[in-house]
Design a protein around this ligand. Sequence first.
Ligand code: PLP
Length: 375
Amino acid sequence: MSVLNSGHYILGEQGQKLEKAIAEVCHCHFGVGVANGTDALELAVWALDIGPGDEVITPSFTFAATAEAIVLRGAKPVFVDIDPSTFNINPDLIEKVITENTKAIMPVHLYGLPADMDPIVALAKKYYLKIIEDNAQAIGAVYKGRPTGSFGDLACISFYPTKNLAACGDAGMIVTNNADVSERLTRLRAHGMKKRYYHDELGVNSRLDELQAAILLTKLPYLAGWSERRRSLAKAYNRALGSIPWLKLPRNFDNVEHVWHQYTVVVEFDEKGPQSLLPASVLRDNIIQKLAQNGIGAMCYYPVPIHLQKAFAQFGYKKGDLPVTEFLADRVISLPMYPELEEKSIEKIAAVLNKIGQELTAVPSPSVSPVGVQF
Ligand SMILES: *Cc1c(COP(=O)(O)O)cnc(C)c1O
């Protein structure tokens, strides 16, 4: 109400307060509010002067915006496979794709689990590369005592309504410890202006408005408690699903605080069962559909890896280039995860999954083709 009464809707006090508060969460000196997480990524690439002829190393197992930001600035995304136990970029595979054109590494803290930052930071130091963290899914997560967002030259956050800290609309932010980069970003988000109507360079219109900032400031004090709740729900899931042999459960790691943006399981049936006649992605989609019929909103993040998307065909990747990414894209299911979820719902989800599994592994009668089995 105070924002509405003030009549001041763009670039005001609420936005500045939020920039300071989010920077603090990420142990950074500066925050620059922007219109959404995608703009945050593109402006981050822009602010580091990465463009045509440059390469940026990033995972393909992510939301398209990560690589899109690189391509929209004219640079080339170089995709690296992931570690199956973390779903995040595999640091062991980064060094061999570094070329003289490599300018940056863009790790994603997918599903709320920090990427393995120590080796990434070491490689960036060794080869004079920048790091842009895609922290859209992991605000508040901690890796070896330090929050995500504090490792890169820049880190990008999304406040999209499904994210852990969610606006009532679109909003995003870039955090950094570099004063020059922060200053440049405040110009780029506002048509390249520092002084009004004096355009030192081109920019865009990408601002976090005052209403969204006020909403986010109101919610921010709850974030740590919500993350704690998500951790306890993830434990409840691990207990409830632990006895289902065809589900691989997400791992937790001692030296991180996961914020469980998603609780993601991998469907891995015995290769010799009747269900093995179905392609893995069809089987996965069937399970999601069956869950939906039972009132359970499960999702697949994301069914097609970025390197195999039509929009990225120009970079010449083909099936088989990133085997772990491709294997998991066919098999992941993210189960309901939000702080208000109740333990008894998790019990129900486990029971439904058990039932689905029994139906799928039952030997079909000879008159029914296994492909046509309805479950
Ligand atoms: C949500 C998300 C984005 C984009 O954020 P928007 O605010 O939706 O533009 C980028 N990267 C990842 C990994 C995301 O999950």
